[in-house]
Design a protein around this ligand. Structure first.
Ligand SMILES: [Zn+2]
Length: 361
């Protein structure tokens, strides 16, 4: 049990250091090559969020969600250099169901529908002839859903002190220096993530109000509108998938809410874009946000696949669990060739998942 948030923050940074060290060790020993036979699956689905040029900032708690166009370029170059195939999600499912494994494949997915995906990622993807999937939340396209993790960042950036009444007691912290801001973000973020989503949204609304941050303006700045999505739909090599209506952590909500969020996002995107929407990504996507109930709902809604953020590669048994597929996040803290080689080898997940290749519970 963690005593306080300072422990949490140092634990997070310890985790980053441990991963860095592990990636280095894997590269140094050449384990990414000899380990493939044991750990590598048939393929992997990569997750990305923001793709934009590096900006130096002392306080950037959502940095893990952003990679640079240059890193994306190097990633695609390395994948091709290893002789791996870059495939669409539809093709990934075909390959997963084939009786014999073929060449290792990589599917590229981008969550939420950020403008920078079109401005910075698309040109790189097009240059490599790489198919990709954009998971769209209609609520972002129409500016009604909230990028609450970004609201929290911007509010703490703006405020010299954070003070909140929460149902389980007050929260108060000085947030003058970057270090204080990092600590306050991490304490508050994890405290709110554990509780009901309504409490999280109300608390962050309160803070955003104190800081004069308008939620809809943030979404307008970051996310593509319907008009842009319509021009993207049907472009070669682009698949549009659904990411629920308003981006809730589904498992925290009653079944009728979760069901509606999933089914309506499919219907809404199909009506707006005139395309069949076949794939779903669960928002946040960890076991606390998407579990067996959500996997069943996605299947019932008619999706052919649904992806989580549970880390792992794709193995043959996943063909029977197409609504609980693992993905591997390209993490902004680990934009290095050794990290990439380790992730593609599959070794870190064999350890992470304690030898289990399929984690769908
Ligand atoms: Zn998302």
């Amino acid at each position: 049990m963690l005593k306080d948030a300072a422990d949490m923050t140092s634990l997070m940074s310890l985790r980053h250091h441990m991963f860095s060290a592990a990636f280095k060790a894997i590269a140094l020993t050449g384990a990414d090559r000899w380990g493939r036979g044991v750990a590598q699956g048939r393929g992997v689905i990569l997750t990305m969020h923001n793709v934009r040029p590096w900006r130096e900032r002392g306080f950037a708690p959502n940095r893990l969600l952003e990679v640079t166009p240059d890193f994306l370029d190097r990633t695609l170059g390395l994948i091709r250099g290893e002789g791996y195939d870059i495939v669409s999600l539809d093709e990934a499912l075909v390959r997963l169901s084939e009786s014999k494994p073929g060449r290792f494949f990589v599917a590229l997915t981008f969550d939420d529908g950020y403008r920078d995906n079109l401005d910075h990622a698309w040109p790189v993807l097009a240059r490599h002839g790489a198919p990709w999937t954009l998971f769209v939340t209609p609520g972002f396209a129409e500016r009604t859903a909230r990028l609450w993790w970004l609201e929290l960042e911007e509010a703490i950036r703006a405020l010299p002190r954070v003070s909140l009444d929460l149902p389980d007691g007050g929260f108060s912290a000085r947030t003058e220096s970057d270090g204080e801001k990092r600590l306050a973000f991490s304490r508050l973020y994890w405290r709110l993530r554990k509780g009901p989503e309504a409490t999280l949204l109300a608390a962050i609304s309160d803070l955003a109000g104190q800081a004069g941050i308008a939620s809809a303006a943030l979404v307008e700045r970051e996310c593509v509108p319907w008009e842009t999505l319509r021009s993207l739909a049907g472009a070669p090599d682009v698949t549009i998938g659904a990411h629920t209506m308003s981006h809730p952590m589904l498992a925290k909500h009653p079944p009728e809410v979760a069901s509606r969020e999933i089914a309506e996002s499919k219907a809404r995107l199909e009506a707006e874009l005139g395309l069949p929407i076949r794939h779903l990504a669960y928002p946040v996507g960890d076991p606390g946000s998407a579990g067996p109930r959500e996997f069943a709902l996605a299947r019932e809604a008619g999706f052919v696949s649904a992806v989580t953020t549970r880390p792992g590669q794709l193995f043959e048994p996943h063909a029977s669990h197409l609504h609980a597929l693992p993905r591997v996040s390209l993490n902004g803290y680990h934009q290095s060739e050794e990290a990439l080689r380790a992730l593609l080898s599959g070794l870190p997940f064999l350890v992470w998942n304690k030898g289990r290749k399929v984690n769908v519970g």
